[in-house]
Design a protein around this ligand. Sequence first.
Ligand SMILES: [Zn+2]
Length: 324
Amino acid sequence: MPAAGRRSRSCGVTDHVLGIDYGGSSTKLLLAAAGVREAAPVAQTRVPTPRGAGALEELAAHVETFVAGRSVRGAAVTVAGIVDDRGVVVTSSNLPWLAGLAIGDVLRARLGFPVVPVHDGRAAARAEAVLGAGRGHEDTYVVALGTGVGSAHVVRGVVEPGAHNAAGEIGHISQDEHGRLCSCRQRGCLETFIGGAHLARRWREVVTAEGCASPDELAALTAQDLVAAARAGHPGAAAIVDEATAALARGLLGMLATVDPGRVVVGGGLGQAPDVILEPTVAQLRARATFHQIPPIVPATLGPWAGAWGAALTADELATAPLP
Ligand SMILES: [Zn+2]
């Protein structure tokens, strides 16, 4: 197989696969040569996320402009939410206008090549395991520290879904039954310690108590602001981060005891601050470990493009599957 990708039957024309990461605010389009083996895009771009009733028509128009007449054998599109066996979006919290739509079928009818939906978190985790920081390793556990906390165990390139398709909720293992209320209605989940939404709220409380920020400034604060303040030595920020990394260390230790992966990859927005989050977490994990096998615990490498790469991997399988 040539490094540039599989050639189509038409001599000299490279086949491509397309990954679409349909995010809440921006949508990423990524074109790769079919036969994806490394994270080397042919082209990539971001567009504002199409919204509302005409969203898929608008998305298809963006895709046509982006593809610019190149040969595309298949595409996959990430969806944050629940998609049923027929490819119909049941619910999506940040893309509610997709509910009830067979997103892949609609896009296929417009674009003329196969399009399938994929779960956004699992797509990103799989891409990190196969093309990113887990590349070359058969058994990788990926943790995504975003607004919430998700995870996936990827073995030989496949996400382990669990018997009920419900695996990967490391963020909702409770560490304190008297702790803060979580979105899942339990208390003290890992996500209430290190989920971006919780961290932003707690940082807002600290800044509010200091009394020197306007309401608009307070409303705009994010977990990344907390990370920056901790890095700058703010004691209130450092205390929140210490508590968060201790909780993540406990959570990872429990995961190591039950899953025993060969490698752990930590991604998501907070995963991109290894000096503030990952390194202290690993230090605390090592200090607490007793019988545990501790594999390499490394930062993710695909950054915000992990979801699009995961979609491209699924599109690649679609494109290279034997015809029925
Ligand atoms: Zn929870």
